[in-house]
Design a protein around this ligand. Structure first.
Ligand SMILES: Nc1nc2c(ncn2[C@@H]2O[C@H](COP(=O)(O)OP(=O)(O)OP(=O)(O)O)[C@@H](O)[C@H]2O)c(=O)[nH]1
Ligand SMILES: [Mg+2]
Length: 302
């Protein structure tokens, strides 16, 4: 059966969203710095470049408190660093968080920020999981952080680092992190340029409280729409076919206005995606020329 398609309307001046991008920990700070819009970095001292107005720098002991206290205890405690954090975050409509789980800061503060903000803001956490070679300590911190995020982030996209080794076996670690940054930033930065206030309730309804996995594909030539969707669906971040996604978000980027091409992309995704509902948005990026890009988020309950 074909999915019900929810088309998101285009961007209008009336419906501008108040978006804040927060990078947590060393990796998160690095990722967020490459996003468009208003940004904030939350880091431990020593990890944070030059202090500035858009940084919250925490002491080691403060990060330890964030890691070891229960969400209830933290919510009711009046700690000066927590107040600074709350003030800096404010009440945006949409909060993108970026973090590499496995370190102390990202694994503890990313869940804490979603726990604090989700009462008044739609929180969208984008996290990567450490390479297996980074060791069991990092893996266990990452697991702890992910578990807390599952309970507190409205939207949660998870990218394991290990599949990168299969895609590019000889990549040095520093380059691999750079590639991961680009993969993780792609969908959120596209979303920033096409989401409207009207689209938030749909995002909430279709994608919250599930785990999101992403795929991105390009197509060119006569069957570019089909090729783009198929490349996106071959992403190593989707789980095996044993798991069935519940809903999907398809973002189509074209180099030039092409309505039939758009319809064909949506039609093909509808044929191959085993979901009940699919949210669709589109945008133009002249840099693509005659190519088309399909970015797909699939929502799972594991
Ligand atoms: N995508 C990406 N991941 C990174 C990068 N640097 C590190 N990582 C990954 O992110 C995990 C967390 O590292 P950091 O961000 O340095 O940790 P942190 O949150 O700053 O935590 P502490 O330094 O322990 O306070 C690592 O285990 C790596 O898997 C990066 O530049 N990009
Ligand atoms: Mg660090």
């Amino acid at each position: 059966m074909r999915p019900e398609v929810v088309k998101l309307s285009g961007r209008s001046a009336l419906s501008r969203l108040d978006v804040l991008v927060v990078g947590v920990g060393g990796a998160g700070r690095h990722m967020a710095a490459q996003m468009p819009g208003t940004r904030l970095a939350v880091c431990q001292e020593g990890d944070a470049g030059t202090p500035g107005p858009h940084q919250i720098i925490l002491r080691r002991s403060e990060v330890a408190v964030a890691r070891t206290s229960s969400p209830t205890a933290l919510r009711s405690s009046d700690l000066p660093w927590k107040r600074r954090l709350e003030e800096a975050i404010g009440r945006p409509d949409l909060l993108f968080l970026f973090s590499g789980l496995g370190g102390e800061t990202g694994s503890s503060l990313t869940p804490l920020i979603t726990e604090m903000a989700h009462y008044h803001t739609l929180t969208f956490a984008n996290v990567c999981l450490p390479f297996s070679v980074e060791g069991t300590g990092r893996r266990s911190l990452a697991r702890e952080g992910l578990e807390r995020l599952r309970g507190s982030a409205d939207l949660l996209a998870v990218y394991a680092n290990d599949p990168l080794i299969r895609l590019a076996p000889n990549l040095p670690l520093a380059r691999a992190f750079g590639v991961m940054d680009q993969i993780m930033l792609s969908l959120p930065s596209e979303m920033c340029s096409c989401l409207t206030a009207e689209s938030l309730p749909h995002l909430k309804e279709l994608l919250t409280h599930r785990e999101l996995r992403a795929g991105i594909g390009y197509g060119t030539g006569l069957e570019k729409e089909r090729l783009a969707v198929e490349e996106a669906l071959s992403s190593p971040w989707f789980p095996s076919e044993r798991f069935t996604p519940e809903s999907a978000f398809l973002l189509i980027t074209q180099g030039e206005v092409d309505r039939p091409g758009l319809e064909s992309c949506v039609g093909h995704a509808g044929e191959v995606l085993p979901v009940k509902r699919m949210m669709v948005s589109s945008r133009l990026d002249p840099a693509l020329g005659r190519r088309v890009r399909a970015s797909i988020l699939l929502a799972y309950r594991f």
